[in-house]
Design a protein around this ligand. Structure first.
Ligand SMILES: [Zn+2]
Length: 470
């Protein structure tokens, strides 16, 4: 929500907030029920039984159209392909992709205007969550948004979710004051309860678990870290909360997290892989494999600039097939994964990829027992001005350093704003220090961790004991 809207929302009584939330949720409702989304969902289901040849033929046909369209309607590609002397007509199949130059996030940042199609396409502007790199602006066609949504609905269907009562723990700000007696707002429109992940703490743990039980929630929609925290609470109270499925996205789910989540909620967790650029998606099936959607984009795995074969891992390079507003062709997304090259025992024939690896981040614990997820804390960096990348380090229970790589225009005012944002999000109980650095060092595996906790021991024990001591 935009700042002005948030301010107005905060000032409203609970009943009006609920009406507001339900109004906002009608957008999701309409998206799910759009005939186009429904058609895409049926297509995505049909694709599951296609042979490799059929999939290849489909992607190659679409690819030819996208490349031709981009050359004719998008100034950036016209310039780039002319410069590189690329004959766009020579790109006939997916195998010809390497005749085209790759483009980077930096290219997108610098050439945003020239990457827009000169044709009028219904679209929305979106921002990638600036975590290790400052947010990137992209334009996504309404069509691509619907296809993306259909792909995540496919995952929901595989998980057996058909609109049962859900609880959602993502970045929503439904609750503005964690002292609120009700820790959620009810979305009647989407039949779910919206919690604010910023209000997850050891003090609220009992009430959150009780409300999930009392509201007879059957589905959990969450970031893996939030799901893990809830499972840790159940473990702490030695309880189980049987659900139908846990649906997660946005972060990888580590083995130990899955184990605890599936044990405490007595159901399977189903992941969804996608990105703001709406280029490729993959849905986790009941056998734990990530199946590519195939209709939305072509995924290449690249190592040192060269495509690698099935079974090998590398960085992702994607070509979106459905976004005519701002085509992304051979775009270096740089997630780490690879084609498994194996047939999945679920019987679906679409190619599968390894779970996308990303940075292993830590949780932030506040002196009053709040547990802050990596996504919640790094999303603050998204609003930082003139910052290239950042990293958050909790040195002790009451101190936190925000390391940033400032851009040229970074001013004292920007620093002040950054400081204020973190203070208002975490409270006065933690001292925030902004540290300007030239670069954020990568860890051993070459991955940059966004959030590092230097507090020793189990963070949950620490959080509970901090509060019990008082
Ligand atoms: Zn499968």
């Amino acid at each position: 929500m935009a700042n002005a809207m948030m301010k107005a929302y905060r000032a409203c009584p609970r009943s009006l907030q609920t009406i507001g939330i339900n109004l906002v949720e009608t957008t999701s409702w309409a998206l799910d029920r759009s005939p186009t989304t429904g058609r895409y969902l049926e297509q995505l289901k049909a694709v599951q039984s296609w042979s490799r040849e059929e999939l290849d033929r489909y992607q190659s046909t679409k690819l030819r159209q996208v490349v031709r369209y981009a050359y004719d309607n998008v100034p950036f590609y016209r310039r780039l392909y002319d410069q590189e002397r690329v004959d766009v007509e020579s790109v006939r199949t997916v195998k010809d992709l390497d005749k085209l130059p790759m483009i980077t996030k930096e290219d997108v940042r610098i050439n945003y205007d020239d990457l827009q199609s000169r044709k009028s396409v219904r679209s929305k502007v979106q921002y990638t969550s600036g975590t290790t790199i400052s947010p990137l602006k992209v334009r996504i066609s309404t069509d691509a948004i619907k296809l993306n949504r259909a792909s995540s609905l496919l995952r929901d269907h595989w998980a057996g979710y058909r609109g049962e009562r859900a609880a959602r723990f993502v970045g929503d700000q439904a609750i503005t004051d964690c002292a609120d007696t009700t820790l959620y707002r009810r979305s009647f429109v989407m039949n779910r309860f919206l919690y604010s992940s910023k209000c997850i703490s050891v003090q609220t743990s009992r009430r959150i678990l009780d409300s999930l039980k009392n509201n007879k929630v059957q589905i959990l929609q969450c970031y893996p870290s939030a799901g893990y925290i809830l499972a840790k609470f159940l473990e702490r109270y030695d309880e189980h909360l049987p659900l139908k499925a846990v649906l997660y996205s946005s972060e990888p789910l580590h083995g130990f997290e899955r184990e605890l989540i599936e044990d405490r909620f007595q159901c399977r967790a189903f992941g969804f892989y996608g990105q703001i650029e709406h280029a490729v998606t993959a849905a986790e099936c009941e056998k734990g494999s990530y199946h590519l959607a195939m209709l939305d984009g072509v995924l290449e795995i690249v190592n040192n600039g060269e495509q690698v074969g099935e079974g090998e891992r590398g960085s992702t390079v994607v070509t979106a097939l459905a976004n005519q507003a701002m085509p992304l062709i051979r775009y270096q997304l740089n997630d780490l994964t690879g084609y498994t090259g194996e047939d999945c025992s679920c019987g679906r024939r679409t190619p599968t990829i390894h779970p996308v690896e990303s940075k292993a981040d830590d949780l932030i614990i506040t002196p009053s027992g709040r547990i802050v997820t990596p996504l919640a804390i790094t999303s603050l960096l998204k609003s930082a001005r003139n910052v290239l990348e950042g990293q958050i380090v909790q040195g002790s229970i009451d101190s936190l350093t925000v390391r940033i790589v400032p851009l040229e225009d970074f001013s004292a005012e920007d620093e002040e704003l950054l400081q204020q944002m973190f203070t208002s999000a975490l409270g006065e109980e933690i001292t925030i220090r902004v540290e300007k650095v030239g670069t954020i060092h990568a860890s051993g595996a070459g991955k940059k961790r966004r959030v590092i906790s230097q507090i020793s021991g189990d963070p949950f024990d620490r959080a509970f004991s901090e509060v019990e001591e008082k």
